[in-house]
Design a protein. Sequence first.
Length: 90
Amino acid sequence: MQIVEGQFIVGPLPDPEPEQPPDPSFKEAAALINAEYQADIAALNQAFGTAAMAGGATQAAKQAAITMQYNARKARYQTDYAALRAQYEV
């Protein structure tokens, strides 16, 4: 029998709560967003180059679709980064 934090405990003490990892710093969170963005852009660049090498009648359509994906990903990155800055009040 023990009193722990104002509670009367009979039997063994309960296991302590596991420590939560600290929230990432702004720099760490920004690095993660940047790494994801760079990986996505690299994949889009590769796809654009592959479409150019393939040539043919569908080359322009494929490249136009990839360009749209690139622009959408760039806009999402800007939105995500702005939200991160607001979250960390930076």
